[in-house]
Design a protein around this ligand. Sequence first.
Ligand code: MRU
Length: 352
Amino acid sequence: MADDIDYARYDRIRPLRWTGESLAVLDQRKLPFVTEYLTCTTSDEVAAAIHSLAVRGAPAIGIAAAWGVVLAERAIVADDVDEAAARLEPALQRLNAARPTAVNLAWALARMRVALARADGNWRQVLEDEAHAIDSEDLAANRRMGSLGAALIERGSGVLTHCNTGSLATAGFGTALGVIRAGVALGRIERVFAGETRPWLQGARLTVWELQQDGIDATLIADSAASHLMKTGQVQWVVVGADRICANGDTANKIGTYQLAIAARYHGVKFMVVAPSSTVDMATASGDLIDIEERHSDELHAIAGTRTVAEGIAAWNPVFDVTPHDLIDAIVTQQGVIERPDAAAMQAAFGD
Ligand code: MRU
C-alpha cells in the first residue's frame, strides 16, 4: 500500500535542516506568512528555539535536541568518552528542561547518552550519526504509520484533526497528518477538518497551510464547533498525535484533545492516536503522573501581539491535556495498531 503514495507530492516541508555546522530551524512562530529559518550554532540556541516554539511538535523537538547535543559536542574538549559525557551533561540538562510534556525530548537525549557511552575514540562522529538516525527513523516511522492508520479508515470518510502533527512537527510526513495524507492519497478520506487549536493556533496557522502546500483541501473550524461538526455526520474519525503515551494507554496531547475524545464517543465518532514508539513512555503508569506544561497567560490575552482581553483579567493556560485510554479506539505506532488500548495491550506491544 505504501508504494501507492507519492511522498514527493505529499511531503514538501522540513522544519529542521542540519547544515553540517549548524541547525536551521524553520521559525514556526512566523508561519504562515513568513518563511524564515533561524540558525542555531549552540545547544542553548536550540533549547531556546524549543522553549519559544520556533520548533514544536513532540518528534521535532526530540530531533532538534539530538542536533543540540551535536552542537554541544562541538564546543567541548575531552580526551575520552567519560570526560565528554561529563562535560556534555549540563547542556543536555538545559535541553531537557526546554519543555516538559513531550517525552520525545528526554527519549532523544537518552539515546544520545547511550550512543556516547558505547562509542570509543570516534565519539564525535558517533553522536552525529545518532542524530541523523533519530531523524531518518522518524520519517520512516511516519510513512509506516500513515499506511497503518489510513487502513483503519473506511472509504468516503471525513476526519477531524487537532493541533499540528504534520511535517512541521516531525522529520517529515507527520503522525496524525501522515495518516490523513495517506488516507487522502489512497482515496479513503474525502473530507478533512482542522480545529484552530487555541491559543497558539497550530491548526489555523500551520495545519491548513501545510495541507494546502500538498493540494489537500482542508476546512478550518473553531475549536468550539467540533461537537456540532460531529453531530452533522461529516466526520467518522478524530485523528490526533501525542506528546506522551503512558503504560496504560492514557495519552497527553494538545489542550482540547480530551474534550474531542469525549465528544467523539458521545457521537459515535472513532478516535485514533498516531505517534512513533519514541512517544511511548512505559515508565509512566498513567496520565495523572504526566507533567502538564503551563505557558504564559499572554498567549490568551492577545492574538498576534494585539491585546484582546481587558487589563487585570487572570488566565490559566495549560497547553496539554490527557485523554484516558478508554476513550481511544486505536493507537497507531510504526510497530502496529493497538485497538482499545489498556495496560495489558500496551505491555504486550511495548513491554521488555
Ligand atoms: O505545543 P506543541 O505545538 O508542541 O504541541 C504539539 C502537539 O500537541 C502535537 O499534537 C504532538 O506533539 C504530536 S506532533 C506529531
